[in-house]
Design a protein around this ligand. Sequence first.
Ligand code: CMP
Length: 140
Amino acid sequence: MTMQRTFSIIKPDATRRNLTGAINSKIEASGLRIIGQKRIHMSDREAREFYAIHAERPFYNDLVSFMTSGPVVVQVLEGQNAITAYREVMGSTNPSEAADGTIRKEFAESIEANSVHGSDSIENAAIEISYFFTDEEIVG
Ligand code: CMP
């Protein structure tokens, strides 16, 4: 078991439906701690840079439009094996494939409007956290 940090986004489909608290409840019930959190409106440039890895995908422009369509809540989560643990709490990217009890099974509207993002590796977690948070904004 390794103590890790991961990066999370509560996406515009979820903030629009007032689901921030419900999603945070699931995060905290899993044992993960929310050690950094802020509500922001991502700029077009931030969304494009954040999702640059998907720039060649057919859904890239729609994804950027969606992520800038309303407020998001960016978060730093900490816990044992936080990266894998949060991916289990989120469920599969496509909500129709997500397991019962997961955030995406309960709340996601579609594969795009899938309520949450979580880092997929230790390396990306570090990059994503530092993209949105200064050290002072993370209180462990
Ligand atoms: P996320 O975990 O934030 O990483 C990339 C995002 O792209 C993903 O969640 C979805 O919101 C979106 N996405 C992934 N695959 C598709 C797809 N096939 N069609 C539309 N959006 C997608």
